[in-house]
Write a protein that binds this ligand. Structure first.
Ligand code: NCD
Length: 328
């Protein structure tokens, strides 16, 4: 099976939702109603307090089995999904599968059938091919939910939701915010999901800042203002989201050198002066220090990078409890 097979067939609208509008799978942010994104964040808010307790567990998913199915390396995403599941008292199985390009599709369906035979309730899927989580969602039993933990350069909806949650906790109302997403938008599933989420939440202005070679064709159609100059793009923004330069996804030499990239698009304290004085700095991780972000900015007082990681647990607890119908 090839990537084409994985991508075959558009996602039927409503495939992510039950008939009554409740979340069944989370595969992409695109097309979700605003109320649902708000409900995810409100539910996450109730889980933030659980994490501050000495006993960090609630019994909402007791008796459920959740499988982390990771075909691509991950640190933050996999561990925060695992912690989220454990804090909801679910049983968790971690499966990391290194695949070669030719056997990827086959092993996907095979693995799925085998794991389903073990009576699982939820799959968390990360895969290098766009469409992999959708493919699995089409083949699972009716009681099973699938959460996309990143598919190729297509979508990373839980990352976008933890980012929205982090922005909301600092800035409140999205309708007054200017948000800039900076860097390798072309290869970034995170940026795509963030852009959808920011627009669904009616953000006043969403900007992307990047060299032309790192922007998808027709990026404006996603509902963003495009800037090729860092100082112009950062002017007056409330939130700066830096993206990792994804060298492993670059097929050709899209850039002269990491050093030159940093000169033009790296976030330094000097550059940050163009943004609002109270602007926050975000990065989904892993960050390349000295390539897209200076170390003193990543560790500085305006950086909320580690908060994003903590918020990832509450957001994932919220989504898991919503798809199983356990959220109150
Ligand atoms: C991102 C990913 O894997 O898409 N990281 C993450 O999930 N925290 C971004 C990246 O790899 O640059």
């Amino acid at each position: 099976m090839t990537e084409q097979h994985l991508q075959a067939g558009p996602l039927p609208s409503g495939m992510q939702l039950h008939d009554d509008g409740r979340l069944r799978h989370l595969l992409t942010i695109e097309g979700l109603p605003r109320e649902l994104l708000v409900e995810i964040m409100d539910t996450a808010e109730s889980f933030v307090s659980v994490q501050a307790k000495t006993v960090k567990k609630v019994p909402l998913l007791r008796g459920k089995t959740i499988v982390n199915l990771f075909f691509e390396p991950s640190t933050r995403t996999r561990t925060t999904f695992e912690l989220a599941a454990k804090r909801l008292s679910a049983d968790v199985l971690n499966i990391n599968i290194a695949t070669s390009a030719t056997t990827k599709g086959e092993s996907l369906l095979d693995t799925l059938r085998n794991i389903e035979a073990m009576f699982c309730d939820m799959f968390i899927v990360r895969h290098a091919d766009s469409g992999a989580a959708h493919f699995i969602a089409r083949h699972v039993a009716p009681h099973v939910s699938v959460l996309n933990a990143g598919d190729g350069s297509h979508a990373h909806p839980t990352q976008a939701m933890l980012d929205m949650f982090t922005i909301r906790r600092h800035k409140g109302d999205f309708t007054r915010l200017k948000v800039a997403i900076v860097g390798d938008v072309l290869h970034s599933r995170v940026a795509r999901s963030q852009i959808h989420a920011l627009n669904i939440l009616n953000t006043a202005e969403v900007r992307v800042i990047a060299p032309r070679t790192l922007l998808p064709a027709d990026v404006e159609k996603l509902g963003v203002h495009v800037f090729n100059d860092m100082d112009e793009g950062l002017h007056d923004v409330d939130v700066v989201i830096m993206l990792r330069l994804q060298k492993e996804r670059m097929q050709s030499a899209l850039l002269p050198s990491a050093h030159e990239y940093f000169q033009l698009y790296g976030l330094t304290n000097e550059r940050l002066k163009a943004a609002r004085e109270d602007a926050i700095v975000m990065h989904p991780g892993p960050a390349n220090r000295g390539v897209e972000i200076a170390s003193d900015v990543a560790d500085g007082s305006r950086s909320v990078i580690l908060e994003q990681v903590s918020n990832g647990i509450a957001i994932r607890m919220a989504i898991m409890s919503m798809v199983t119908g356990a959220a109150q």
